[in-house]
Design a protein around this ligand. Sequence first.
Ligand code: AMP
Length: 306
Amino acid sequence: MSLLVVGSVAYDGVETPHGKVDRMLGGAATYIALAASYFTPVKIVAVVGDDFAPQDVDLLASRNIDLAGLERVRGGKTFFWAGVYSADMNDRTTLRTDLNVFADFNPKLPASYRSAPYLLLGNIQPALQKNVRAQMNGVRLTGGDTMNYWINDFRAELLDTLKEWDFLLINDGEARLLSGEQNLRRAAAKIREMGPRTLVIKRGEYGAVLFHRDGHFMAPGYLLEEVFDPTGAGDSFAGGFIGYLAGRGVAPSGGEIDFAELRRAVIYGSVMGSFCCEKFGVDRFRTLTREEIEARYQEFQNCTSF
Ligand code: AMP
């Protein structure tokens, strides 16, 4: 079933111990949409400038990603982000954030988008996330992502937005900041009281923990032989997670999503996040097949069964 994704579509400059790329396709919505498109039809809401290259449009369109909501600002420049990774690639320093056309992003959904049943709100201003949800009719499952900046400086707006979400995906540092609790179990309990009954706390290379009424589930990180570029791994995780749920038509019943389906969704998220790291930028998604995804899912099963 159709999934609507909102967030940044960008150009990125990235440096890791394996190399440096000055400008390549990136953005949270790009990674989410590419990863989710293996499981379900996707519609993007985002903004770019007229420097956005035809071959990048072609890549997204080739994955059956609906671009009716990709606004193009005449005379404007696409959002640009640059970052450099530490030697172990666990830390990242942002070198540049040129918001460009993204600064005035005010998402307006085309009529054909409003009835999409699944909604993934990428990391943008909480009031805009709320506004996107308000433009939809009959959405079955809503969730998304946020970051330190919104948690610190837009807390009231964020709390108001989160009330309407079924799930939240954040990393461990953000979970501590949002809840004011150092202990992750206690942090999760507090966050679940804020609205999202399903919470996934991502722990980078160490995997992710899913928190739900019926308990918690721990997914390890996939042990890659070589990590080339972790950019977009979190967003690819989100794409695999929601893409799987949308593809299966999973919806909450009595406010709760089926725990077994959620556990599978977390593994698909981990699978997609791990593939993303194997090449620079979105490059791994140019060749990745559904068969490779299923093989790695199976590998996860073999590595964790006892
Ligand atoms: P991740 O590595 O999963 O955190 O995602 C990295 C992607 O997020 C990059 O492709 C960037 O273009 C994008 N990005 C970086 N900073 C921002 C921001 N402030 N707002 C929206 N997207 C961003």
